[in-house]
Design a binder for this molecule. Structure first.
Ligand SMILES: [Zn+2]
Length: 385
């Protein structure tokens, strides 16, 4: 049925508001790319939304470090607070922020998260209560809480669905369980997906619509932003690249298979190789960053080799998805240029030239806070209007 100009404008207005609600802040150019609407259409509609007070405009630092910061837009949210939680394999981090995503306070506890979902969820609730207490914010002021989990979450059932990836959590519904402890349902997402969202809205990938964030830590997982949107897959298990076979008959992986990518290049395995080559063990076993070894020629060869192996798997992913950018996070990303060069070398060799010539490979500027920032971004997007 033909549409009138007014109906077309209304539809475009909805499209822009939806795109902005999904992830913000965003520039006019990003909104144009995400929605496929002409820049002039976006500019006109944004002018109207600003006049109506439905969105607001602010200058934000360009974390990519290039060019002049451009004016960014956010949907106007009622005043209040949001909470973001990041469950790692060995820690829980939480942050309290305003609905405009300004962080009020944050905290972190060390814990074997995989061992017991019940205990980890209890500790997260205690951490959040402590943050609210410290900031003097009543629990009723929290409009939405979002949490990242280092495993696949079935988006339809809300259950952790894999007994092979996060065994101690299999069958648990963390959103409901955490909600019961905090008093309101919690939005749950995979941590690599949240980190991808954070890099897209606040980090390295603000100017691209298609990016893959790779969390290279104790496990290896990828979060996908495709056509400007977080992509979870049909059952929430997209990006589980850590269990790609890279070495037939290799060492046993925690998933039961042999020779998985993460049994070969996890941060633990890289440290095992570093110490076997005579380099000193990490000062603190809980801090496995490679910062102190950047510049050491032996470490550089080991880290570059891990990069090449990771890059081999990323080449196939790039051939399938054609991203504009790979953002590498997790402790392995602290290996500096050696890691990135190893990845680029494999991309040149195994990805199609049309892809390897163009795809940018960067280490995560948000670092170990990426998933936490992503949890806040998701909480803001999902907070009631
Ligand atoms: Zn595996």
């Amino acid at each position: 049925m033909p549409t009138t100009p007014n109906q077309r404008i209304e539809r475009s207005r909805r499209t822009i508001l939806d795109a902005l609600n999904q992830s913000f802040p965003a520039t006019r150019q990003e909104l144009s790319r995400r929605t496929g609407l002409a820049p002039s259409t976006v500019a006109g509609i944004v002018r109207g939304l600003l006049a109506e007070g439905l969105v607001h405009e602010h200058e934000a630092a360009d974390h990519a470090g290039r060019g002049r910061p451009s004016a960014r837009l956010s949907p106007r949210r009622p005043p209040g607070h949001i909470v973001g939680i990041d469950f790692g394999h060995t820690h829980i981090s939480a942050a309290l922020a305003t609905t405009a995503q300004e962080i009020v306070t944050e905290g972190r506890v060390r814990l074997d998260v995989d061992a017991s979902a019940g205990n980890a969820l209890d500790q997260a609730a205690i951490l959040v209560a402590g943050l609210l207490d410290r900031a003097g914010v009543p629990a009723g002021s929290v409009r939405r809480t979002a949490a990242g989990i280092p495993g696949p979450i079935n988006q339809r059932t809300g259950r952790i669905q894999s007994a092979t990836i996060l065994a101690g959590w299999a069958g648990v519904r963390p959103g409901r369980e955490l909600g019961a402890r905090l008093g309101d349902e919690v939005v749950i997402a995979n941590d690599a997906e949240l980190a991808a969202l954070a890099e897209h809205t606040h980090g390295a990938g603000q100017n691209v619509s298609d990016l893959i964030y790779v969390k290279a830590s104790h496990g290896i997982g990828a979060g996908l932003i495709l056509a400007g949107r977080r992509y979870t897959g049909a059952y929430g298990a997209s990006g589980e690249i850590g269990h790609t076979l890279v070495q037939e008959g290799g060492s046993q992986c925690r998933c039961g298979q042999r020779g998985c990518l993460e049994s070969v290049v996890s941060i633990g395995e890289v440290w095992r190789q570093l110490t076997a080559a005579g380099l000193p063990s990490p000062d603190h076993p809980e801090d496995l960053s490679l910062d102190a070894l950047v510049g050491d020629p032996v470490a550089a060869r080991i880290v570059a080799d891990a990069g090449r192996r990771l890059g081999r798997v990323l080449s196939d992913l790039c051939n399938a998805l054609d991203p504009a950018m790979l953002v590498i996070g997790g402790e392995l990303a602290t290996g500096g240029d050696a890691l990135l060069e190893g990845i680029r070398e494999s991309l040149r060799r195994f990805a199609q030239p049309a892809i390897s010539d163009r795809v940018q490979v960067r280490s995560s500027p948000l670092g170990h806070r990426a998933a936490l920032v992503g949890a806040l971004t998701l909480a803001a997007a999902e907070s009631p209007l």
